[in-house]
Each structure stands twice: as structure tokens, then as C-alpha cells.
Design a binder for this molecule. Structure first.
Ligand SMILES: [Cu+2]
Length: 244
């Protein structure tokens, strides 16, 4: 039921993330209905009545303590069960991950996204990197690795359809991966309150068919070995393209 409210899933690991979400919603939802239901019943049953006297219950006897201890044990057990089910999913999504076909660097800043492609030689910092503001183009059906850092404050890369959210932290390079299954245009949002224009920090993820992606690469990437885009001062040894 709850999964019907979720955005479209275009990630290979999306179903595992959704299954965790479903499990947590059902466990917490059941606990919510049971505890609030019990509270409501007790409020009505033991409401103030004429001649009734309140008493102070200290919870000394085991019978009284059981009202606290039994729910604690149940909640503790469910917590551990959720952790056990989540562990392999966490390891796959956040720790191990499959080998990637393409690595892109992401630098976040107030208030935008800067994606750097390694250029035809597949290496960063060799003079033919391609820097793209706001737009991340990737081929569908291939594992993409993003190396994230931030130039100023903590931001957070969030694409709901990828079921992927990761903070970008200054001074650290954090790797994430994803494999998008469906070509399309998806919004990248920043999900860390990062300053006055946080609301406007929008990027675009374009998932292309492998053919369209190759076409874009051949049209826009610097040619192999070319130190294209090198400024007169040599300050920036990469090609920078900005789109509206
Ligand atoms: Cu931000």
C-alpha cells in the first residue's frame, strides 16, 4: 500500500531499499496503532469519574514492570531483526558495490553541482577532463561511480528515483554508485539545509540510452590527448560547459 506513494524506481538496488522501507513502515505502523489504540482505550476506560481516586503507581512489582519490559523486549527484537535484514543491503549499496563502467567526480558548492568527467583517457587531472555544471549525463544499464566532495558546507546528493542519498562533506571524498535502468530526466535535489538558496540547488540527471550517451560523448568530450580548454593562464586544465 505505502509503496504506491513512492516515486518511480529506476535503480537496480531500488527494490531492496523499498523492501526495507516497507518492513520499517509495517513494523513501526503496527507499533503505532497498538500503542496509541491502547492509550485511547485506557483514557476512555479510566477517565475521571465521580468518587474515583487516582493512585500513584511506582512500578515496583514484576507485574507492573511487565507493562514496560515486555514492549521493550519486543521493540528490541524487531530492531535487531530490521538490522539483520538491512546489513547485506547496506553492504551492497554503500560498502562493496559492483565494478563501475564510468567514474564521475562531484563537487558540491553553494548552490550548485559540478560534475567532472575524466575525459577519453579515463584519468582525472590529465588536461582533458570535462566539467559540467548542474547536468549529470549517464548511460542506462551501466554502473556509475560518483566520487563526492564539497567545496564549502555539507550538501546532500538526492535523487529519489535512484533511491540514493549521500552527504557531500568538505575534506572527504565519498564514493557511491548506482545503475539506472530507465532513460529519462530526473531532478537532483540537495537534501541538507545548506544556506539561503538551498531551495534552488537543483541539478538534472539525464539517463540516456547507451547510443545517445555515446553520441553525446563524441560530440562534447574533448578529443583524446587534447589539452582543450586550457586557459591562457593555465589555471584551469579542463573543458567547462555550462547549460541553462
Ligand atoms: Cu546544498
Amino acid at each position: 500500500m505505502i509503496l504506491g506513494w513512492l516515486p518511480e524506481d529506476i535503480s537496480t538496488f531500488g527494490p531492496s531499499i523499498d523492501s526495507m522501507l516497507k518492513l520499517i513502515v509495517y513494523v513501526v505502523g503496527t507499533a503505532f496503532v497498538l500503542t496509541e489504540g491502547t492509550l485511547l482505550v485506557f483514557v476512555i476506560l479510566y477517565r475521571r469519574r465521580k468518587g474515583g481516586r487516582a493512585s500513584f503507581v511506582r512500578g515496583d512489582s514484576l507485574r507492573q514492570l511487565a507493562w514496560v519490559l515486555i514492549p521493550v523486549i519486543i521493540v528490541g527484537f524487531l530492531d535487531v531483526a530490521i538490522d539483520v535484514k538491512a546489513k547485506p543491503i547496506w553492504d551492497f549499496v554503500k560498502v562493496e558495490g559492483p565494478p563501475s563502467a564510468l567514474t564521475v567526480k562531484l563537487a558540491t558548492l553553494q548552490f550548485g553541482w559540478e560534475f567532472t568527467y575524466p575525459g577519453p583517457d579515463g584519468k582525472f587531472g590529465t588536461g582533458n577532463d570535462l566539467v559540467q555544471d548542474s547536468f549529470l549525463r549517464v548511460p542506462a544499464g551501466q554502473v556509475i561511480r560518483l566520487l563526492m566532495t564539497s567545496k564549502d558546507v555539507i550538501h546532500s546528493f538526492y535523487v529519489p528515483q535512484l533511491r540514493l542519498r549521500q552527504d557531500a562533506v568538505p575534506g572527504r571524498e565519498i564514493p557511491v554508485w548506482f545503475e539506472a535502468t530507465r532513460p529519462g530526466k530526473y531532478e537532483i535535489g540537495c537534501s541538507q539545509l545548506c544556506g539561503i538558496s538551498h531551495f534552488a540547488m537543483k541539478g538534472i540527471l539525464l539517463v540516456l540510452t547507451p547510443e545517445d550517451y555515446q553520441k553525446w560523448v563524441s560530440q562534447h568530450w574533448p578529443k583524446s590527448g587534447a589539452a582543450a580548454g586550457k586557459s591562457a593562464s593555465g589555471a584551469r586544465s579542463s573543458v567547462r560547459r555550462t547549460e541553462g
